[in-house]
Design a protein around this ligand. Structure first.
Ligand code: T46
Length: 140
């Protein structure tokens, strides 16, 4: 386990997979394997080569990112520790807690990132300025 994972800010989750001759099936269940009730699902795809997404933190939202196709890098920062995690296996997701600055980059061609979220969409939950994020993180 990485130090940052031990602090509970982010961790990889391996989801159960049924491998059959006809193909593989992976399942995710809210409040069980996913560490919260799932309120929202969205997905990011058709990302042009070289494009970066995100660049923000959430005040309360928790998420799990799953690379259901292709691969991408998630750059994580909790204000004191940074780590880049490559997601490339459809049965391995990344759980990210609140107050983590994240950026997603290096999307492979055809990559699809499915995101499971703990809350409905709320723009007020976003911290989109890095200096504001650091200031809020220090207060907590
Ligand atoms: C995150 C990363 C991984 C909505 O209207 N509803 C939604 O549920 C979402 C997620 C977005 N939007 C709107 C808000 C913006 O006008 O879609 C537009 C693009 O969203 P954003 O620029 O926030 O996209 P990303 O890729 O930077 O970030 C998204 C999530 O917003 C964010 O929570 O952690 O994916």
């Amino acid at each position: 386990m990485r130090d940052s994972e031990a602090q509970g800010h982010w961790r990889l989750i391996e989801f159960p997979t049924i491998e059959q001759f006809e193909g593989c099936l992976t399942f995710l269940e809210g409040a069980r394997l996913v560490p919260f009730e799932i309120k929202r699902v969205y997905y990011i795809y058709s990302v042009p080569l070289g494009a970066m997404r995100s660049g923000h933190a959430h005040r309360n939202l928790k998420q799990v990112l799953v690379p259901v196709a292709g691969s991408f890098n998630v750059v994580l920062d909790n204000g004191s520790r940074k780590e880049t995690i490559t997601l490339a296996q459809p049965h391995v997701g990344l759980s990210v807690s609140k107050m983590v600055w994240r950026r997603i980059e290096a999307f492979s061609s055809g990559a699809v990132c499915v995101v499971l979220a703990s809350t409905h969409y709320d723009e007020a939950d976003y911290i989109r300025n890095y200096d504001d994020f650091i200031a809020e993180a220090k207060l907590r």
